[in-house]
Design a protein around this ligand. Structure first.
Ligand code: NIG
Ligand code: FE
Length: 403
């Protein structure tokens, strides 16, 4: 049995109401059985809630937030792409490298050559950086295996991260990430293969959601539609890499299917913003990829905001477009490059990141939710977005357990 934990002398950023940060100062928060059992002003703490066995934690005026959620990553992969990065610095485009058989395909070669253990070992240092920044829930996509055996190996490696460390891992099947060499000229056949693998991997409990890359260098809306139809038959939620390099109408497509999220969105149209607003599909903003591709066209933030589309922020951690394992850096870039307010950016790695994964039990500080928490040595929440480098984290709790 575990003891109750009482956080006292703490300021809360709850993200539970419409005020910026959902701020509650001079507060206390009680954790019981892995859940938040009470929160409020410390002066109003009911005396009968605690007893001699309650573990009391004097937070000395620090800030407590929900544990951070990185809702879009490709954290598991083999090799690296530093050489391609050098080419890109000399002016070769991401698309040109992809068309010449590099890009995602070069990571596919390295990932296929790696064992499951090697993938786990390579991912752990990246994961540890995220955990040191208060992450308690992480999405990990497949998509560098591109055949049954290697997609399965990636998803198994992703699941194992949650055995090696304390966190929740949410897995996403991204078989339709790129066309593997052996299917050249046969993209429709490849989608058929993905549909078959998806069913088998879901049967092994390796798939929490399904994603695809809808782009002229990847898969067409019609192909994605077919994949999503099959996902619906398996009752798997969908999300989509949409409008990163061009407007394919991908965000509208995923919204019409009541998908969880459309991600990237630099080329998002007015029409698809309306579709997302109507279905409540989250917009996942990936400013590190935008920065690394030296993109100049930001997603239409003001229009998304006006339409009331929930905005999430994630690292997109991957060896090609976002070689980074810092969610706090993504927060800073969401503010500096996309003009999110710090309160919007932080809601994007808590409340709305949970929405992007379809998780209703976390992402806010509220009674009855999972006690996934991060404690910060800061004076005000905006500091989490403000400083580049280093993480002022003072503690992390997963399901109420200090980790
Ligand atoms: O989110 N856009 C497609 N997928 C990744 C990039 C993957 C890669 O280049 O390896 C992204 O940017
Ligand atoms: Fe991505």
């Amino acid at each position: 049995m575990s003891y109750d934990t009482l956080f006292r002398s703490v300021h809360l950023a709850t993200f539970a109401d419409a005020t910026p940060y959902g701020e509650l100062r001079d507060a206390a928060l009680l954790v019981r059985d892995g859940q938040i059992a009470w929160l409020g002003r410390e002066a109003e703490l009911p005396a009968d809630l605690i007893d001699d066995e309650t573990l009391e934690l004097d937070c000395e005026g620090r800030w407590l937030t929900p544990g951070l959620i990185d809702c879009h990553t490709h954290l598991v992969f083999g090799g690296d792409r530093a050489a391609e990065w050098e080419q890109r610095l000399e002016g070769v485009s991401y698309e040109a490298i992809a068309r010449a058989g590099g890009g995602i395909r070069s990571t596919v070669r390295a990932t296929r050559q790696s064992s499951e253990d090697e993938l786990v070992d390579a991912a752990l240092p990246r994961l540890d950086c995220l955990l040191a920044e208060g992450v308690t829930t992480l999405e990990v996509k497949s998509g560098y295996g591109l055949d049954f055996e290697h997609e399965r190996k990636m998803l198994r490696a992703a699941r194992r991260l949650a055995e090696e460390r304390e966190l929740t891992v949410h897995t996403t099947f991204l078989g339709a990430h790129a066309l593997p060499e052996e299917f050249t000229g046969r993209a429709d056949d490849y989608i058929d293969a993905c549909i078959d693998w998806m069913g088998r991997l879901a049967h092994e409990q390796l798939v929490d959601a399904v994603d695809a890359f809808c782009e002229h260098i990847a898969f067409s809306p019609a192909q994605v539609e077919r994949l999503f139809e099959a996902a619906a038959a398996l009752k798997l939620p969908v999300k989509l890499h949409a409008e990163q390099l061009s407007d394919q109408g991908g965000a509208g497509l995923v919204a019409r299917r009541h998908g969880l999220s459309a991600d990237h969105l630099e080329w998002l149209s007015e029409q698809d913003i309306a579709a997302m607003a109507q279905s409540g599909t989250t917009a996942v903003l990936l400013p590190i990829a935008y920065y690394c591709l030296r993109d100049t066209r930001p997603p239409p933030i003001e229009a998304l905001r006006r339409a009331g589309v929930p905005l999430a922020v994630a690292t997109d951690c991957n060896p090609g477009t976002a070689p980074a394992s810092s969610l706090l850096l993504a927060l800073n870039m969401a503010c500096t490059l996309f003009r999110l307010t710090p309160a919007e950016a932080l809601a994007g790695v808590t409340r709305h990141a949970a929405g992007a994964l379809g998780l209703k039990d976390r992402g806010r500080l509220a009674v009855g939710l999972r006690a996934d928490l991060a404690l910060w040595s800061i004076e005000r929440p905006a500091q989490l977005c403000y400083w580049l480098g280093g993480a002022p984290m003072a503690g992390r709790w997963c399901g109420g357990e200090a980790v």
